[in-house]
Design a protein around this ligand. Structure first.
Ligand SMILES: N[C@@H](CCC(=O)N[C@@H](CS)C(=O)NCC(=O)O)C(=O)O
Length: 223
């Protein structure tokens, strides 16, 4: 097994990379790292102190790459099949846009405004601030989800007619939404809600969600 992913399973960015690896059928090892209490060896390979970092032991050092988007792009070029990025220039760029949208605004809103409050704070033995969660759910999330509802429309996937990095990135952020005890409202976002359920039903996502649920359930009940 030549690939090592440093990170924690409930990070949406680590999950992005794991889904790419699983979809491509590539073996890897997940080496647990807590980015909030990093060891000096980890800081040396992650200058922004973020997870994930990939190590490819097929290569001589330096053989590590930080950042989920960089790692996914590397994996796409190293393992060509199945392709997870569109080939046509505009479609590829559009998929990268959805990756960026998920990794920036959606990650920040769901991550900080819900997952951090309801799960990470529990891990730190602190109480969630439900006022922050309410503001996130009522003010910050609706415009983000409205946009995704329009973009997905009646399509099966976000870009072209096949599964891509766009769906992996968006789908991964919605796992953290789920872990925080939420699902997109079927009444307000019918297309998005069906789309998220479809993406999460893929064996790659479903296996990881099942694995993570045990850990999350533990922290949901912790106080
Ligand atoms: N752009 C980075 C973001 C990674 C990121 O923010 N990871 C979070 C965990 S979900 C982290 O390591 N946070 C540690 C910190 O903020 O100190 C990527 O795509 O990998």
């Amino acid at each position: 097994m030549s690939l090592i992913i440093y990170g924690g399973s409930v990070s949406p960015f680590v999950r992005k990379v794991r889904v790419v690896l699983i979809e491509k059928g590539i073996d890897y090892r997940l080496d647990p790292v807590n980015p909030f209490a990093p060891q000096p060896e980890f800081l040396a390979i992650s200058p922004l102190k973020r997870i994930p970092v990939l190590r490819d032991t097929d290569l001589p050092e330096p053989n590590t790459l930080p950042d989920s988007s960089v790692i996914c792009d590397y994996l796409e070029h190293k393992y060509l099949e199945p392709a997870l990025y569109p080939k046509a220039a505009f479609a590829r760029a559009r998929a990268l846009w959805f990756e960026e949208y998920a990794d920036s605004a959606v990650a920040e809103t769901i991550g900080r405004g819900l997952f951090f409050e309801r799960i990470v704070k529990r891990m730190l033995r602190q109480e969630p601030d439900e006022a922050v969660c309410t503001k996130t759910l009522t003010q910050k999330i609706p415009p983000l989800f409205d946009y995704l509802e329009r973009e997905i429309g009646t399509r099966e996937f976000l870009v072209e007619d096949r599964f891509s990095i766009a769906d992996i990135s968006v789908g991964s952020m919605f796992v953290n939404f789920l872990h925080a005890g939420e699902v997109p409202s079927k009444a307000r976002w019918p297309q998005l809600s069906a789309y998220v359920a479809r993406i999460h039903a893929r064996p790659s996502f479903a296996g990881l969600i099942a694995e993570e649920n045990g850990l999350i359930a533990h922290f949901r009940t912790a106080s």
